[in-house]
Write a protein that binds this ligand. Structure first.
Ligand SMILES: Cc1cc2nc3c(=O)[nH]c(=O)nc-3n(C[C@H](O)[C@H](O)[C@H](O)COP(=O)(O)O)c2cc1C
Length: 365
């Protein structure tokens, strides 16, 4: 296989297209892998048993192809705390503010325990327990979305696994390169979810430069939603793209229908960069929760993981009762380009075609 889309990342993974899907949905992951791309399944919100079952499910459907699992490894959270202990740490002022929002917008109580109660970002013990499954299963690629994976590199490499690190600053990339990380995802400000404040166009070439001569592939992330973005990422020196928002409204995606509609309707400036969801800066779609935390009377946002625990009832309640007016989800600035519910295979092939058109245009100019 050759051509402008064939990069060293394709060789490293044995894939056809240098397109990585980050997704929380197993069906999306399988569809992308079986269409010639690569997928990394976000499992930070699951128990170790659930993670093991998901890995088995994926393996049964991809016929020996590689795949990845993503967890979060934040070092700034307590070593070990129960949800009850964390809930008890939330100050009365913050509880009162949450109740005020709840009353003002008639936010329903969740029907089920919020997913966040098993999030690996709540304490270090949870994240380490999740990690053990990744080692037991010898997952081909482990990606760390938050926190440096340097401490686990030796063990992962001994088991034949690749370790990928997601960075938002060039200095984090340099540290991870020095530690021996196998692939670096340079994620810009445009991105969905936890992200730093450097734009994709600025961070990607800096990380590419830092990695020059190391043989470590660099993947661009943040706002990648079209073939033009893929072509631009390769032009910046990246070996591929890492995409999240792109798959949220896909046919296979398990995101609930009103939220898919909200994402399809959303424009770039409907996404907000704020720490009011998790205590870390994060890009999500705007909601009443964001507007209230941006108001003058809002208390100071709590440190991780307490803000996440505080916002979880609002988020879960909005999902359980399909309250589109309240819903919020991680979404990047490229959301403008997500305009319909397409099958994942078609999303992938549309991007590939558009990127190839760009290269053809340059070749024939
Ligand atoms: C709904 C959603 C949840 C996310 N959760 C995680 C996560 O748990 N771990 C992680 O490393 N990245 C997470 N991300 C960020 C993605 O890995 C990726 O970096 C980001 O989506 C790239 O920007 P884009 O959405 O503009 O493509 C999430 C993204 C989305 C859309």
């Amino acid at each position: 296989m050759s051509g402008p889309l064939h990069t060293p990342l394709c060789d490293k993974l044995g894939i056809e297209y240098p397109i990585v899907a980050f997704t929380h949905c197993k069906d999306v992951a399988v569809a992308v892998i079986n269409s010639g791309g690569f997928a990394v399944l976000g499992e930070a919100l699951h128990t170790p048993d659930h993670i093991a079952a998901d890995i088995k499910w994926i393996r049964e459907r991809i016929g020996g192809k590689p795949f990845g699992i993503d967890l979060v490894l934040p070092s700034s959270v307590p070593e070990e705390k129960s949800v009850e202990e964390l809930l008890a740490m939330i100050p009365a002022e913050h509880r009162a503010f949450e109740q005020k929002i709840k009353a003002k917008y008639n936010v329903p109580d969740p029907k089920v325990r919020p997913d966040i109660h098993v999030w690996g970002g709540l304490d270090q013990r949870r994240a380490l327990n999740q990690l053990e499954v990744i080692f037991d299963e010898r997952v081909p690629v482990f990606a760390s979305g938050l926190g440096s994976p340097a401490f686990l590199l030796k063990r992962a490499h001994e088991l034949g696994m690749q370790v990928w690190g997601l960075v938002g600053k060039p200095r984090q990339a340099k540290k991870q390169l020095a530690a021996g990380t196998d692939v670096i995802i340079a994620q810009g400000f445009d991105a969905a979810g936890h992200t730093g404040n450097i734009g994709t166009f600025s961070i990607v070439p800096q990380v590419v430069d830092a990695a020059r001569g190391t043989g470590v592939p660099i993947i661009a992330a943040g706002g990648v939603t079209t073939g033009r973005h893929l072509a631009a990422a390769l032009a910046l020196g990246a070996d591929g793209v890492w995409t999240g928002s792109l798959w949220l409204a896909s046919r296979e995606s398990d995101v609930n229908l009103p939220l898919k509609e909200r994402l399809i309707e959303a424009e770039t400036d409907d996404t907000v960069y704020s720490d009011c969801i998790s205590g870390y800066t994060m890009r999500t779609t705007r909601s009443p929760w964001h507007n209230e935390w941006a108001s003058a009377e809002a208390p100071e946002v709590l440190k991780p993981p307490l803000q996440m625990i505080l916002s979880s009832n609002y988020i879960q309640g909005s999902l359980d009762y399909q309250r589109k007016d309240l819903m919020t989800e991680a979404a990047g600035q490229g959301i403008h380009y997500i305009t319909e519910m397409k099958p994942a295979r078609q999303i992938l092939s549309d991007i590939v075609e558009e990127a190839l058109d760009v290269f053809d245009r340059f070749a024939n100019a």
